[in-house]
Design a protein around this ligand. Structure first.
Ligand code: ASN
Ligand code: ZN
Length: 322
């Protein structure tokens, strides 16, 4: 946690922009300028009313409220991934606000994207700690926003599981880039550190080993399958969107670890190209998404590339034929 906090401070895009401004001469006319991110964190004061009261805006000093400051740093790390790896400025891709509300509700055991902002509860202290503790969760919620503005996958069935999976993928990539972790060294966990020590579990989900993130008396066992052999047909959870997401999650993990190096660079680029350039139908199936990742890999790297092979093999390994 200390290392992550240090890394967050180091990679703070505002601090980076300021130090670059000090070190380098002003850009000549016609030179591209990297647009800066605009963050805004509000405080719901334990009510369930949004957006709440603005607590910290871009460039303002830390407040001392851990949830506010963690949200601010997590918005920065997420904004930095999308901008610096993929050239996307903010969630809307047009330099809009990166917005969050914290201290939502009383003992609220979740975080979500409401169509405009990330919203985080403080947790009940029995099962969950505050949700801002996990930068992967912050990345996950904001990635729901990116999907809303791009592929707009409906939140139902396989398309919903893809929506969830894309959020998990970019959630873990936010952390991996922040910590500059190579694929082979990363935890591939979403929501590590959210459970209290009363829960038997390490995280909400694992892309490396879906189905193993927790096994607890109260919560039960992590229900995620890693392959189509374990696909769960259910009406619950919008048709199992948080369950079957394990399958495309694991395909991403396999592609990224086969390629090696930094997962946000080639595997992440292919997934980003897929949601932004492949005109996915809103009711996209797993097979349709797999085919689109291959089309994206072909477009950027060609069919003879290691990238194309790694993605092909990854979908095969989880039992999906594009
Ligand atoms: N934390 C959940 C998610 O972002 C909330 C939800 O189910 N909408 O997927
Ligand atoms: Zn989600």
């Amino acid at each position: 946690a200390e290392a992550a906090r240090h890394a967050l401070a180091e990679l703070d895009p505002v601090a980076q922009a300021r130090s670059q401004a000090r070190q380098s001469p002003p850009p000549r006319p016609g030179t591209a300028v990297v647009p800066s991110l605009r963050r805004e964190v509000s405080d719901a004061g334990s009510r369930e009313t949004l957006p709440g009261t603005v607590a910290r805006v871009e460039g303002a000093a830390a407040t001392g409220d851990a949830a506010v400051d963690e949200a601010y740093d997590g918005l920065g790390a997420t904004g930095a991934l999308f901008r610096d790896a993929y050239g996307r400025v903010a969630v809307d891709g047009a330099g809009g606000l990166l917005a969050a509300t914290v201290h939502y509700g009383r003992e609220y055991d979740n975080a979500f994207w409401n169509g405009e902002r990330m919203v985080c509860g403080d947790g009940d202290g029995e099962i969950f700690e505050r949700f801002t503790k996990s930068v992967t969760v912050i990345g996950h919620e904001l990635a729901h926003g990116v999907v809303q503005y791009t592929a707009a996958l409906e939140y139902q069935g396989q398309a919903g599981a893809l929506n969830e999976s894309v959020s998990d993928v970019f959630g873990v990539l936010v952390e991996q880039k922040l910590l500059r972790q190579e694929a082979a060294r990363a935890s591939w966990l979403v929501g590590a550190g959210l459970f209290t020590d009363q829960v038997s579990g390490s995280a909400l989900r694992s892309l490396k080993a879906p189905g193993t993130a927790y096994d607890d008396d109260v919560l039960g066992r992590d229900p995620q399958p890693a392959t189509m052999a374990g696909y769960v047909s259910t009406q619950a959870d919008n048709g199992g969107v948080h369950i079957n997401s394990g399958i495309p999650n694991h395909a991403f993990y396999l592609a990224a670890t086969t390629l090696g190096g930094f997962a946000w660079e080639r595997a992440g680029q292919i997934w980003y190209d897929t949601i932004t350039e492949q005109s996915l139908p809103v009711d996209c199936t797993f097979a349709g998404f797999a085919a689109a990742t291959l089309a994206a890999a072909d477009k950027r790297y060609g069919t003879a590339s290691p990238e194309y092979s790694a993605v092909t093999d990854a979908w095969g390994a989880v039992g999906i034929r594009p």
